[in-house]
Design a protein around this ligand. Structure first.
Ligand SMILES: CC(C)(COP(=O)(O)OP(=O)(O)OC[C@H]1O[C@@H](n2cnc3c(N)ncnc32)[C@H](O)[C@@H]1OP(=O)(O)O)[C@@H](O)C(=O)NCCC(=O)NCCS
Length: 212
């Protein structure tokens, strides 16, 4: 599992902006994600001790069906994921959060940024949730919090997401949060042995502000 945060990693402050998380020379500095709290959830930095919770959902083939990675076959896969995600914090990349269910205190999924193009003030979001929690509006709640971070804290111009055309639940989560369907990218990705058709959805900052 990933390492504990180094002393160099600090919590991001609400005042952090896209510009301020970059040094004057544009080099990223270490930023651990801020804690985001919603009614039912706490979104926080992943920790090495999250290994069992991550393995529980990431080893589920249904959870991994429409994501780019293979389901975790062993805890070593989950350990490598946590190492990668803590490395994200250390590298100062836009982060992924562990989604903690307040009732149980367990990590039940992850949500975070994928591709980030600072020149265009644009980032991609992605997420997964443990199957027992599907269909209760959990990811919609988490996504709204992350959109608040993306637009309200980082001042990104655009947030977008790509999902498999058959991933109806994911498209619905995105649309409920206010992202618009922008188009379909045919046979855009080669994943798990086949070419995937992809739905592209996005939202810009003025749309987020207008919907608040
Ligand atoms: C996609 C995922 C995150 C959704 O999380 P969730 O917490 O269940 O989502 P929500 O409950 O907020 O919303 C799901 C919506 O999809 C709808 N939905 C789910 N399955 C559906 C289906 N087969 N057909 C039509 N609608 C469906 C639900 O009814 C709900 O809409 P509603 O609120 O209007 O009723 C979850 O299913 C998951 O982790 N899937 C595996 C990983 C994944 O695919 N990640 C995304 C990769 S792009």
């Amino acid at each position: 599992m990933g390492r504990q945060h180094s002393a160099l990693v600090r919590e991001a402050r609400p005042s952090d902006t896209l510009a301020s998380v970059l040094s004057p020379k544009g080099a990223a500095r270490s930023v651990s994600p801020p804690v985001l709290e919603t009614t039912r959830l706490v979104l926080r930095a992943f920790r090495a001790s999250d290994l069992e919770d991550v393995f529980a959902y990431a080893s589920d083939g249904e959870v991994a069906r429409f994501v780019l990675w293979d389901k975790h076959a062993t805890r070593e896969d989950s350990r490598r994921f946590l190492e990668w995600v803590v490395g994200q914090y250390a590298r100062g990349e836009l982060p992924s959060w562990g989604i903690v269910d307040k009732l149980s205190g367990r990590v039940v999924g992850s949500i975070g940024y994928g591709s980030h193009e600072p020149a265009h003030a644009r980032a991609e979001v992605g997420y997964v949730l443990a199957r027992p929690f599907w269909g209760r509006g959990v990811m919609s709640e988490a996504l709204r919090a992350v959109l608040g971070h993306a637009f309200g804290t980082l001042h990104l111009h655009k947030v977008y997401a790509h999902c498999h055309v058959q991933n109806v639940a994911s498209r619905r989560v995105l649309e409920k949060a206010g992202l618009r369907h922008e188009g379909r990218l045919y046979e855009h990705l080669f994943v798990k042995g086949t070419f995937w058709d992809i739905d592209a959805l996005g939202m810009v900052d003025r749309e987020w502000k207008a919907a608040r």
